[in-house]
Ligand binder design. Structure first.
Ligand SMILES: [Ca+2]
Length: 390
């Protein structure tokens, strides 16, 4: 399995990664690698925190290759607090080296914890060009210890190592990485162009996207060009897990009550969904990618077509290479299954020590303060504009 995720604006990506690890713990999947498909600097360290929790710190994680894609509000997202709370460095700690959590601790200690300080963090973190100590400490904490490989290069490397078409790709975000993979040319790693490499090494692509039979959906809308390229050009079977299906499944409340403190996925759900149930779009796609028809039915073949605005439309077509998923079970039962998988403790046992430096309450307060500072500044800007207009 290779997972391409946009973990940032919604929390189901964190839940989906938990489900993938739980299925791998049951011997049902091998996680070859993970690629990240937004420019948010906190995405890769947040993914790595979850991988470490599940005892798989060595899974390669590829970073998005260009700036400015869907990172506008990343400093307010749970991924930033996850990256900061769980630190980047436990696994790279060397005997006699610096304390693993030193960098994030410094980043937080400097600005403190008041709303003004939270605003300073946001300001520092949103101005990558500025040289303030806080900004560089935050950036360092989030990107250390070593720079992540670039996503498309990592995808090519992972696929080039396959002897046959047995890899399953799961896309649970917008599709710029998958489009770039298809579009990629021969390189030092593999003489095949992207589409041929995919045909040779990939069994199927499972995508969380679209609405059946038609409609606008987030992952299509954020990069319609990439989605069109992938949906028209992907040379293997494509399975579509649409927004209606994922939206009918809910998990998170019981998970937050029963998962242990220190589980970064629980921290993610607390911060993003404040302990409430949340839609399981991405978990559904991962579950289907690993278990096939056990919990889902595949539709007759057809094609999901995407227009320039990111609206999709399903057309039945016996020669199409797309199928969409339908649940074989009651949504409440599938939701329970997904939440049970999210709750399954790591087979390796939780790594110790793994508790975040801050309590749940402190993390929640810090995120609330950052959100409040953001909305205050939006409001102030609006007021200034109004005054200027008078
Ligand atoms: Ca997603």
């Amino acid at each position: 399995m290779i997972l391409d995720t946009d973990m940032n604006e919604d929390v189901d990506d964190a839940g989906a990664l938990a489900v993938l690890h739980a299925l791998a713990d049951r011997g049902l999947a091998e996680i070859l690698g993970i690629t990240y498909c937004t420019s948010a600097r906190w995405g890769v360290p947040a993914i790595k925190a979850i991988d470490r929790w599940y005892g798989r710190p060595d899974i390669p994680v590829g970073a998005f290759g260009r700036p400015g894609f869907l990172d506008e509000h990343a400093d307010l997202s749970y991924i930033r607090f996850l990256a900061e709370a769980y630190g980047p460095g436990e696994d790279s700690a060397v005997p006699g080296g610096p304390e693993p959590a030193a960098a994030p601790a410094r980043a937080e200690a400097a600005p403190g914890n008041s709303p003004e300080a939270a605003a300073a963090i946001v300001q520092a973190a949103t101005a990558p060009g500025n040289n303030s100590e806080a900004a560089s400490a935050i950036a360092q904490a989030a990107t250390a210890p070593e720079a992540a490989p670039e996503a498309v290069g990592l995808l090519r490397r992972l696929l080039a190592g396959r002897g046959r078409a047995d890899a399953v790709l799961v896309g649970i975000g917008p599709m710029p990485n998958l489009a770039a993979l298809l579009d990629s040319g021969p390189d030092a790693v593999c003489p095949l162009p992207g589409a041929d490499l995919v045909r040779r090494s990939v069994r199927s692509l499972v995508l969380m996207c679209g609405r059946i039979p038609e409609g606008i959906e987030y992952n299509l809308r954020q990069d319609p060009g990439a989605a069109r390229l992938v949906l028209t050009g992907w040379p293997t079977p494509v399975v579509v897990c649409d927004g209606e299906l994922g939206g009918s499944l809910q998990a998170g409340a019981r998970f937050c009550r029963e998962a242990p403190r220190g589980n970064p996925v629980r921290t993610a759900y607390l911060l993003h969904a404040v302990g409430l149930d949340w839609a399981c779009y991405d978990q559904a796609a991962v579950l289907a990618a690993v278990t096939g028809t056990r919990y889902f039915r595949f539709s007759a073949p057809g094609r999901l077509e995407v227009d320039k605005e990111g609206s999709g439309r399903w057309t039945a077509d016996p020669s199409g290479n797309h199928r969409y998923l339908e649940a074989r079970f009651d949504p409440a039962e599938l939701s329970r299954l997904i939440e049970n998988l999210m709750l399954a403790p790591p087979r390796s046992g939780p790594p110790a020590p793994f508790l975040p430096e801050s309590s749940d309450e402190e993390l929640l307060e810090r995120r609330k303060a950052a959100l409040a500072a953001h909305f205050r500044s939006v409001l102030d800007e609006g007021l200034e504009e109004l005054e200027g207009a008078e």
